[in-house]
Design a protein around this ligand. Structure first.
Ligand code: FES
Length: 87
């Protein structure tokens, strides 16, 4: 049985998904247009604010990841997340 995870966006919108899903795909499926290029954690274009939660990267990140940031393109969701997405 797949473990359900909640991704909270901007403190209010809750997206339910499966553990280990790709964060960029989950956001896109739910109507969030995240800008991206490489999709391999190299360029940093998709950098997004993550104030809480845990991800694992499918690729070793080359792009800088600051404190409270995530690269959704290569991030597999491991726990409930809190994101801030500016439109
Ligand atoms: S799209 Fe390049 S790091 Fe995510």
């Amino acid at each position: 049985m797949k473990q359900k995870i909640t991704v909270t966006v901007n403190g209010s919108t809750e997206i339910v998904c499966n553990k280990n899903e790709n964060l960029l795909r989950v956001l896109e499926k739910n109507g969030y247009e995240i800008e991206y290029e490489c999709q391999e954690a190299h360029c940093g274009t998709c950098r997004t604010i993550m104030t809480e939660g845990e991800v694992e990267y499918a690729y070793e990140p080359v792009a800088y990841i600051g404190k409270n940031e995530v690269l959704p393109c290569a991030a597999m969701i491991k726990s409930n997340l809190n994101l801030t997405i500016e439109w």
